[in-house]
Design a protein around this ligand. Sequence first.
Ligand SMILES: [Fe+2]
Length: 272
Amino acid sequence: MIDIHTHILPGVDDGLQDIGEVLLMAEDAAAQGVNVMVATPHLRWGERQELNALRIRHEVADLNALMQAKGVPIEILPGCEIPLTTDLPERLQRDEWMSLGDSRHAVLVEPPWEQWPPFGKVVIQSLLDAGWSVVLAHPERYRFFQQRLGLLEELVQMGVHLQVTTGSLIPGKASPAVARCAYELMERGLVSAVASDCHGVTHRRCDLGEAAELLRRTYGPHVARMLTDGVPRALLRAEKVELAQIWKNAPTEDSRWKRLLRAVLRRETDDG
Ligand SMILES: [Fe+2]
């Protein structure tokens, strides 16, 4: 599997802070069947110096050398979580901000938390017109999207990919409003990728394996594979993906809810 949203680059944002944590997270992810993690740090965090593509490439190269030296079967690719700003296309063009996996094809974009910006659609359309694939990070976590699913439908119609976070789908990990929005998007077949957005080795850990199992039981093996591997792989290879390719052969709505209920009950039994 490929985790396209992680804060595994240490000491740059609110994610991991040291190399010891990096190794623990990578080993944990590998044990779950993850083999590629895209490092997607916030570009600016608190008083820390703003990151740029050059520095991210160097630091990721160091991490890959560490993975090899320690025999951890994880490849880390460079990337970042890009704030939705008016100068986003220029900064990408200038190679200050970085595409997912340095693909020069797909970008992981994070809107501001307070409100959907008035220029949001214009900036996204200009990226799409220039040939970029745009992945919107965890829309289900925003109050303004929870209250305006129509806006997300419009963005998807424009060609935007929605990335839902694993913790929004796994029972008990997210608030009811976030979980409800995540499942509503899944039920409408609007989601293109699921990623962990992991920040730590205990809290907000990489749980892509657990989410993939839940997805398999609820939406079937094809959808689960596409959301956790097929679509991320295609984006990194600079290939276009259509939602219909992901959601074809999904079980009917009635059987999906029954499957989800079974998966949740089984999880509680396993935990208990
Ligand atoms: Fe993130």
